[in-house]
Write a protein that binds this ligand. Structure first.
Ligand SMILES: Nc1nc2c(ncn2[C@@H]2O[C@H](COP(=O)(O)OP(=O)(O)OP(=O)(O)O)[C@@H](O)[C@H]2O)c(=O)[nH]1
Ligand SMILES: [Mg+2]
Length: 308
C-alpha cells in the first residue's frame, strides 16, 4: 500500500476523527474503568452516529473483554474498541464483471453524489483498461444532463442522453442497446434523486431497472446506492426504501471527507446488511477509494501519542 493511500484515508477521515471519535480517544485516558466510563463511552458512540443498537452491542462486547482479560485502565480498552469496530464492518467482496456490457445503476437521494461518483468510477475503471459509457437517466432537469455530458467530455466517455423531462426508461433502453452494439465494458446509469412529476421516484427507478433487463437479460448487474456521509440516521430509512425497491447490491459512501459522521458506516452495515464498496474522499475523479475497513477504523481513532 502506498503512502498516498494512507494519506488519503487519513485526510478523508480527519473530521470524523477530530470531532466524534476524538472525544472517545480523550475518554480513554489512563484512568480506572468505572460505570461512568461505560456510560460516557456509550453516549459518545451514539453521538458518533453508530446507531443505538450498534453502540450497545459494542459496549456489551467490550465489557466481556474487560471481564475476560481483567482490564482495569481505560486506555487498555482502546485496542479492544478498535477490534470491536473492525469486526462490525464487512470486508467488501470483489466486484465481478462479466462479458460486456455490464450495467451498473447508480441510485440515491438528490444531491447524494451520484453523478460525481459515476465520473469517479469511470476514471477508476478506465485505468483498469475498461471502456465506459454513461446513460443520463436523470431527466429531471437540463443541468443534470449537462453535468454528466461535461464529465463525459473530460473523461472521454460517451454519454447517451434524451431530452430534459424525457422518459428515463427510454434513455436507459437506448443506452443499454448502444453499449451492447459497441461492446462497452461498463455502462453507468445515472438516475434522478427526485422527480419533476408527482410520480413516485421508487416506481420510476423500478421501471428503469425493468427496462434495463428487457434490453439485456441479467441487467442491471450491479445496483449501487450512493449515500451522503454528511447526513445522519434518517438517511438509513431512505436507504431501506431504495434497497427494497431496486435491489441495491452495494453502498458507496460519498463525501466522507466533508463529514464528521463517518460512524454512519457502522449503522449502514448494521441496518442494511449491504457491503460498503467505495468511499468518496473528495470531489475530483481520483477521489474514490475501494472501502477499506482496516484503513477506516485505523483512521477514525486517533493513534496514541499522535497530535490531533
Ligand atoms: N467533498 C466531497 N464532495 C462530493 C463528493 N461526492 C460528491 N460531492 C459533491 O456533492 C455535490 C453533489 O454531487 P452530485 O454528484 O451532483 O450529486 P447527485 O446525487 O448527482 O445530485 P442530483 O443529481 O441533484 O440528485 C457536488 O458539489 C459534488 O462535487 C465527495 O466524495 N466529497
Ligand atoms: Mg446527479
Amino acid at each position: 500500500m502506498s503512502d498516498n493511500f494512507f494519506a488519503k484515508w487519513k485526510q478523508g477521515l480527519a473530521r470524523t476523527r477530530k470531532t466524534a471519535f476524538g472525544r472517545i480517544a480523550t475518554l480513554l485516558g489512563a484512568t480506572e474503568i468505572t460505570e461512568e466510563t461505560w456510560d460516557e463511552l456509550e453516549a459518545l458512540l451514539i453521538q458518533a452516529d453508530l446507531g443505538v443498537e450498534t453502540a450497545l452491542e459494542v459496549i456489551e462486547s467490550l465489557k466481556a473483554v474487560v471481564e475476560r482479560e481483567a482490564l482495569v485502565r481505560s486506555d487498555e480498552l482502546e485496542d479492544a474498541l478498535r477490534a470491536e469496530l473492525r469486526a462490525r464492518l464487512q470486508t467488501p467482496p470483489a466486484i465481478t464483471w462479466g462479458a460486456p456490457p455490464n450495467v451498473v445503476l447508480l441510485v440515491g437521494v438528490n444531491g447524494s453524489g451520484k453523478t460525481t461518483t459515476a465520473a469517479k468510477l469511470a476514471w477508476r475503471y478506465q485505468r483498469e483498461g475498461k471502456s465506459i459509457m454513461f446513460a443520463a437517466a436523470d431527466t429531471f432537469r437540463a443541468a443534470a444532463i449537462d453535468q454528466l455530458k461535461t464529465w463525459g467530455e473530460r473523461l472521454g466517455v460517451p454519454v447517451i442522453a434524451g431530452q430534459p423531462g424525457g422518459d428515463p426508461g427510454a434513455v436507459t433502453f437506448d443506452a443499454v442497446q448502444a453499449a451492447r452494439a459497441r461492446r462497452t465494458d461498463i455502462l453507468f446509469v445515472d438516475t434522478a434523486g427526485r422527480l419533476h412529476t408527482r410520480f413516485n421516484l421508487m416506481e420510476e427507478l423500478k421501471k428503469v431497472r425493468r427496462v434495463a433487463g428487457k434490453a439485456l437479460p441479467g441487467a442491471p448487474h450491479h445496483v449501487w446506492l450512493v449515500m451522503d456521509a454528511t447526513t445522519g440516521q434518517n438517511a438509513l430509512q431512505q436507504a431501506k426504501a431504495f434497497k427494497q425497491a431496486v435491489g441495491v447490491t452495494g453502498v458507496i459512501l460519498a463525501k466522507l471527507d466533508s463529514s464528521a459522521r463517518g460512524g454512519m458506516a457502522f449503522a449502514i452495515q448494521h441496518e442494511l446488511g449491504l457491503p460498503i464498496l467505495f468511499a468518496g474522499l473528495g470531489e475530483k475523479p481520483e477521489d474514490l477509494e475501494p472501502f477499506d475497513p482496516d484503513a477506516f477504523v485505523g483512521n477514525i481513532l486517533q493513534t496514541p501519542g499522535e497530535s490531533k
